[in-house]
Design a protein around this ligand. Structure first.
Ligand SMILES: Cc1ncc(C[n+]2csc(CCOP(=O)(O)OP(=O)(O)O)c2C)c(N)n1
Ligand SMILES: CC(=O)[C@@H](O)[C@H](O)COP(=O)(O)O
Ligand SMILES: [Mg+2]
Length: 638
C-alpha cells in the first residue's frame, strides 16, 4: 500500500493542516503500517489499532513536545511513535537497538514520560502540570489512560489529588471495554452504563436545556437549582469524575476524528482538570484483532493476511506447567485459592478459573490489593497462590512485607516472567525479585531448574506454613520430563548434580542447565566442576555451599538477576559471616544497569549469561587472567 500521506508526516506539525478526510486516509495508512510491522516484530497490536484516530486528534489539537502527552502503560502509543519522527525506524520496533515498545524520553522529546507499568499517567501528568505552573510556563498536559489502567489504585490517588489542586490538565479515558481481556469491577460497570444507557448519554444535555428554559428568578428555577445536584446523580454521565473535581466531557466516539478534535479543543480551553471519555474498539480496523482482541493484545509474529499466529513447536511454558499444577494442587487441597491482577491468561490461570470459579480472583490491575487481600485470605484459613509477574510484583513490596511476611501468613507468590523477558524491555524484565524478596524476614525463595521442578516447588510452597515465593521465567520450559505427581522438597536443600574438584558452579533457576552445559565443556578442557542446583535463595543450603566451595577453592555463582543484593550476594554474605576467606568467589549475573529490549538469548549473551561465557570466565579465573572482565563480574574476592 502506498503511504502517500504518511510519507509527508515527519513531525506532528505536518498533520495539523490536514483535512478530516486526509486524516481519515492517514489513519488507514497508519493501520496498514502497524499491522505489517507487528506481524514481523510482535507487539501490542490491538491496543495501538484502537488508538489511531485519538492519536491523530491529540496531535492535531496539541503542540507536542511543548504540550506534554503522557501515555498510560504506553502499549497503545505506536501511532504516536510513527507520527513523531519514528516512522522510518518503526520496523525496528522492540528489536535490540531499535525503538522501544513503550514511550521513552531518551528515544524522543515527544515521549514526555517513560512508562510500561500501568496506572501511572495521571500522577505523571499532574506532576508535569505542577512543574509547569511553578515555572510560570503555559502549555497543556494530557494523560491518556485505558479503562483497564483505570482499575489501578494509583489512578484514583492521582484523580483525587488533581481534583483537589484544580490544575489545568486533561485526562483522556480510552474506554474500549477491555483490559487485556475482560475488565474487572465497578468502574468498568459504571463506564459501560455510560456507554449504553441512553438516559446517561442524553441526560446532561437535557438537564442543561431545562435549566436554560426556566425563567430567571422564578420559584421553579430556585427549585431546580436546589435539586440540580440530586438530579445530576440520576442523569448526568461522568458524575463520579465531576465529584472528584474534573469536568467530564463525553462519551464521544473515539474513532470519529472530527468529534475527537472538537472535544479536545473544548478540553484545551477549559480551566481546571478535564476528563474526556472516548469510546473505542480494541483492534479497530483489523478483523482478526477486532474479533480476538485479547489474543492480539500483545502478540508474536503472525501472518498479516490471515491473522494466523505463527506457531513454534516449543516445549510447554513454565506458565503452562504452573497452571496445570495449580489445578492438581486445588484438586487435592480445598484451601487453595488463586489470585491474579488482570493477567489470568498471562499467568496460566484460565483453566483454573474455569474449573474453580469460586476459588479464583482476578482483582484488576491492582497488585497491592491482590497481596493484602491474599494475606487476609490466609488469615481466614485459606492458602492463596498469588500469580503476578516479577516486574509488577515490585509494586506490592510493602504489602508483601507488612501484610504477609510480618504476620507470617501462608501465601505463595508465583513470580512469573522472572529474569530477562525479551522484547518488552527494561520496564518488564524481572531482574529484581531475589533482591526485594530476600530482604524480607520469614520469606522462603525458590527458583526451579526446569518445569518439572517448578511443580515440586509449588507443592513445597503451598505446604509451607508461611510466605514462600517461586520465581520462574517467561516462555518455553526445557522440555523436561514431568513427574506424574508433585512432591514436597526439603526446605533449604540444594541438589548436587555433578562432582568435580577444580571449581564449583553454584547456579539458581534458569541458570542451572547452563552450568551443567558449561561443566561438560570445561571437562573437555581438563577442568572438573562441581555443579550445584541451589534451588533455594532463602534459606540457603549453607553446609552444602561451604563444603563444596571449600573443597574446590573456586566458587562461581550464576543467576539471571541483578548482582546487587541477589543470589550471589547472599552467598558472599554467608561466606563472610562464617569467616571463610580462602575461597575465590566470582558472581555472574546482570550488572548494575537497566537491561534494554531484544531477544532473551541476545540479552543474556550480552551480559555474560551463556555456557560459553561461563566456561571462559572459569578458564580465565583458573589462569588468573579474569580481572579485565567487566560485564559479568562484580565480586572477585581473591
Ligand atoms: C502494574 C501493571 N500490571 C499489569 C500490567 C499488564 N498490562 C498491560 S496492559 C494491561 C491492560 C490495560 O488495559 P487498558 O488500560 O484498558 O488498555 P487497553 O489494552 O485496553 O488499550 C495490563 C493488565 C502492567 N503493564 N502494569
Ligand atoms: C503491556 C504489558 O504490560 C503486557 O501486555 C505485557 O507486555 C505482557 O507480557 P507477556 O507477553 O509476557 O504476557
Ligand atoms: Mg481497555
Amino acid at each position: 500500500m502506498m503511504s502517500r500521506l504518511l510519507k509527508q508526516v515527519n513531525s506532528p506539525r505536518d498533520i495539523r493542516p490536514m483535512t478530516y478526510q486526509q486524516l481519515q486516509e492517514l489513519a488507514k495508512e497508519i493501520r496498514h503500517l502497524l499491522i505489517e510491522t507487528v506481524a514481523k516484530t510482535g507487539g501490542h497490536l490491538a491496543p495501538s489499532l484502537g488508538m489511531v484516530e485519538l492519536t491523530l486528534g491529540l496531535h492535531k489539537v496539541f503542540d507536542s513536545p511543548v504540550d506534554k502527552i503522557v501515555w498510560d502503560v504506553g502499549h497503545q502509543s505506536y501511532s504516536h511513535k510513527i507520527i513523531t519522527g519514528r516512522r522510518d525506524e518503526f520496523d525496528t520496533l522492540r528489536q535490540f537497538g531499535g525503538i522501544s515498545g513503550f514511550p521513552r524520553p531518551a528515544e524522543s522529546v515527544h515521549d514526555a514520560f517513560g512508562t510500561g507499568h500501568s496506572s501511572t499517567s495521571i500522577s505523571a501528568a499532574l506532576g508535569l502540570a505542577i512543574a509547569r505552573d511553578l515555572k510560570g510556563e503555559d502549555h497543556s498536559v494530557v494523560a491518556v489512560i485505558g479503562d483497564g489502567a483505570m482499575t489501578g489504585g494509583m489512578a484514583f490517588e492521582a484523580l483525587n489529588h488533581a481534583g483537589h489542586l484544580k490544575k489545568d490538565m486533561i485526562v483522556i479515558l480510552n474506554d474500549n471495554e477491555m483490559s487485556i481481556a475482560q475488565n474487572v469491577g465497578a468502574m468498568s460497570g459504571y463506564l459501560t452504563r455510560m456507554r449504553t444507557d441512553p438516559m446517561y448519554s442524553k441526560g446532561k444535555e437535557e438537564l442543561e436545556q431545562l435549566m436554560r428554559k426556566v425563567p430567571i428568578g422564578s420559584t421553579l428555577l430556585r427549585l431546580v437549582e436546589r435539586f440540580k445536584d440530586s438530579l445530576k446523580y440520576l442523569v448526568v454521565p461522568g458524575m463520579l469524575f465531576e465529584e472528584m473535581g474534573f469536568k467530564y466531557l463525553g462519551p464521544i466516539d473515539g474513532h470519529d476524528i472530527k468529534a475527537v478534535v472538537n472535544v479536545l479543543q473544548r478540553a484545551k480551553a477549559t480551566k481546571g482538570p478535564v476528563l474526556v471519555h472516548a469510546l473505542t474498539k480494541k483492534g479497530k480496523g483489523y478483523r482478526p484483532a477486532e474479533s480476538n482482541p485479547d489474543r492480539f493484545h500483545g502478540v508474536g509474529p503472525f501472518d498479516p493476511v490471515s491473522g494466523e499466529i505463527i506457531k513454534n513447536n516449543k516445549a510447554p511454558s513454565y506458565t503452562d506447567i504452573f497452571g496445570r499444577t495449580m489445578i492438581k494442587l486445588a484438586r487435592d487441597n480445598d484451601n487453595i485459592v488463586a489470585v491474579t491482577a488482570a493477567m489470568t491468561s498471562g499467568t496460566g490461570l484460565t483453566n483454573f478459573a474455569r474449573l474453580y470459579p469460586k476459588r479464583f480472583f482476578d482483582v484488576g490491575i491492582a497488585e497491592q490489593h491482590a497481596v493484602t487481600m491474599s494475606a487476609a485470605l490466609a488469615a481466614g484459613g485459606y492458602h492463596p497462590v498469588v500469580a503476578i509477574y516479577s516486574t509488577f510484583l515490585q509494586r506490592a513490596f510493602d504489602q508483601i512485607l507488612h501484610d504477609v511476611s510480618l504476620q507470617n501468613k501462608p501465601v505463595t507468590f508465583a513470580v512469573d516472567r522472572s529474569g530477562v523477558v525479551g522484547e518488552d524491555g527494561a520496564t518488564h524484565h524481572g531482574l529484581f525479585d531475589f533482591a526485594y524478596l530476600r530482604s524480607i524476614p520469614n520469606m522462603v525463595i525458590m527458583a526451579p531448574k526446569d518445569e518439572n521442578e517448578l511443580q515440586h516447588m509449588l507443592a513445597t510452597a503451598v505446604s509451607h506454613p508461611g510466605p514462600a515465593a517461586v520465581r520462574y521465567p517467561r516462555g518455553a520450559g526445557c522440555g523436561a520430563r514431568l513427574d506424574d505427581d508433585y512432591m514436597v522438597l526439603p526446605l533449604g536443600k540444594s541438589e548436587v548434580l555433578r562432582k568435580g574438584s577444580d571449581v564449583t558452579l553454584l547456579a539458581i533457576g534458569s541458570m542451572v542447565n547452563l552450568a551443567v552445559e558449561a561443566a561438560a565443556a570445561l571437562a573437555g578442557k581438563g577442568i572438573e566442576a562441581t555443579v550445584i542446583n541451589a534451588r533455594f535463595v532463602k534459606p540457603l543450603d549453607e553446609e552444602c555451599i561451604i563444603h563444596y566451595a571449600g573443597r574446590t577453592g573456586n566458587l562461581f555463582t550464576i543467576e539471571e538477576h541483578v548482582l546487587s543484593c541477589g543470589f550471589g550476594s547472599a552467598v558472599l554474605e554467608l561466606l563472610s559471616a562464617r569467616g571463610i576467606r580462602d575461597v575465590r568467589v566470582q558472581c555472574i549475573g546482570i550488572p548494575d544497569t537497566f537491561v534494554e529490549h531484544g531477544t532473551p538469548a541476545l540479552l543474556k549473551a550480552r551480559y555474560g549469561l551463556s555456557a560459553e561465557q561461563v566456561v571462559r570466565a572459569v578458564v580465565e579465573k583458573k589462569a588468573g587472567r579474569n580481572r579485565t572482565r567487566r560485564l559479568a563480574v562484580v565480586s572477585d574476592s581473591n
